[in-house]
Design a protein around this ligand. Structure first.
Ligand code: GLN
Length: 250
């Protein structure tokens, strides 16, 4: 049998606009961890005016940004709305952070009631509250059925928007605000989509979440026929534990 390495195509959407708190660190982690599983990796950076080739995308990454940048990206992505909808329904993995998360819904309503249109790929809205929700956050990670997976996700959040939705959440808030500061829920999962308010180095701090996304991407592209191995994450998990303890002790 001829052994062939699998190709994984990571598409980073609008890195020049949606890269608040260095969300691009998440790309580096996805790429490295895929390479460690003998995948050949390509990273395509789609900028304003570039075309998006969803046929050749195995995972999309959308970072966070300011309200202004969010509006520009929403307008730009609108021409792909129908194709994105089809791809998401077919299971295309998408990691969407903060402003990128809000973009997946119908709109983000500002305090003056102006609405920044989203793509309406998922059925939810976000409304700005009167104070920003800022700080370290820790959540217990939930599966799509809402069961505790026995692992935690840690990170940092900074958003004015309050999101309420009826999809499975990514986690239950242990410390911090999450989707809206009220219902103790954080993020959203739908098929291959993982959306969260947790910014910046989300995947460096949470290698188990990176692996979950990678497995989703490999399954989306290759079905169940991909080889998988665990990596030595002792150092990364020590950092995770340190952040978890620090966040919970506040
Ligand atoms: N418009 C968003 C908010 O403030 C996005 C913030 C972000 O991506 N950090 O809620």
């Amino acid at each position: 049998m001829i052994w062939m390495s699998k190709l994984l195509r990571i598409v980073h959407l609008f890195p020049e606009l949606l890269n608040l708190y260095a969300d691009q660190g998440n790309i580096a982690v996805l790429a490295k961890r895929a390479q460690a599983r003998d995948c050949e990796v390509s990273v395509q950076r789609v900028k304003l005016g570039d075309s998006l080739d969803l046929e050749n995308s195995d995972i999309l990454v959308l970072g966070g940004g300011s309200d202004r940048e969010q509006a520009v990206v929403a307008k730009e992505l609108m021409r792909y709305r129908a194709d994105l909808l089809t791809a998401i329904e077919a299971g295309l993995p998408v990691l969407a952070v903060c402003g990128g998360y809000q973009l997946l819904g119908h709109y983000y309503e500002l305090p003056n009631h102006e609405k920044i249109s989203g793509l309406g790929l998922l059925d939810f809205i976000t409304k700005a509250g009167n104070k920003r929700l800022i700080g370290d956050i820790a959540i217990s990670w939930l599966d799509e059925a809402g069961h505790d997976r026995g692992e935690t996700i840690v990170g940092f959040e900074n958003h004015g928007g309050r999101t309420i939705h009826s999809y499975p959440s990514l986690g239950r808030v242990l410390r911090g605000y999450g989707n809206n500061g009220d219902d103790q829920l954080e993020g959203l999962q739908y098929k291959g989509v993982v959306a969260t308010y947790i910014h910046g180095p989300l995947l460096p701090k949470n290698p188990h979440l990176a692996d979950d996304l990678l497995q989703k991407a490999l399954r989306y592209r290759y079905g169940e026929s991909f080889s998988w191995c665990s990596l030595d994450d002792q150092l990364a998990m020590r950092a995770h534990q340190f952040l978890l303890n620090r966040t919970l002790s506040r």
